[in-house]
Design a protein around this ligand. Structure first.
Ligand SMILES: [Zn+2]
Length: 163
């Protein structure tokens, strides 16, 4: 059994820096995709929860986490946990700020537990902040985002869908 000097917290910090391929300004720690890091039987187990099922990004994230473990020189594996299901509520406030600065409207509001998602949410333009926006398409550049346009500055923008 190898005895590494690296703590779970250090591993968390390193793998938490893995970026989301969809939105490179966000890390998996920002997204809340990174769930846990633990030692188990001499190896490190990193647990991640996928975001949108339609996102091929998860394979890339998994691969990047494995590469990071290799770089750290630790024996480990990545475990994908589907329950509890990821929701945009898990995204950190810092992540939402980064998203806005990147030009994508962040998910808004809290998802009602067990209830329907509120349809009255206002999506603010990430460019000028105007609440006067229109959804152009339910699917933007990827299935995780929808395409919107601001009626004030006339600019189209992506909205990270709340689930
Ligand atoms: Zn605008």
């Amino acid at each position: 059994m190898s005895d590494t000097a690296i703590s779970d917290a250090q591993i968390w910090e390193a793998v938490g820096e893995v970026a989301d391929p969809e939105v490179p300004v966000l890390t998996i720690a920002d997204l809340g995709v990174l769930r846990s890091v633990r030692h188990e039987g001499g190896e490190v187990v990193v647990t991640i929860t996928p975001t949108y099922s339609g996102c091929p990004a998860m394979d890339l994230i998994r691969h990047e986490v494995e590469l990071t473990l290799n770089h750290l020189g630790v024996e480990g594996r990545v475990e994908t946990v589907l329950s509890p299901a990821w929701t945009t509520d898990w995204m950190s406030d810092e992540g939402k700020t980064k998203l806005t600065e990147y030009g994508i409207a962040p998910p808004t509001g809290k998802r009602a537990v067990g209830g329907p998602v509120s349809l009255s949410l206002t999506i603010r333009c990430p460019l000028c902040g105007s609440p006067d926006t229109t959804e152009l398409s339910r699917f933007g550049s990827t299935s995780c985002k929808s395409l919107w346009r601001c009626n004030s500055c006339r600019e189209p923008f992506d909205h990270f869908k709340a689930i």
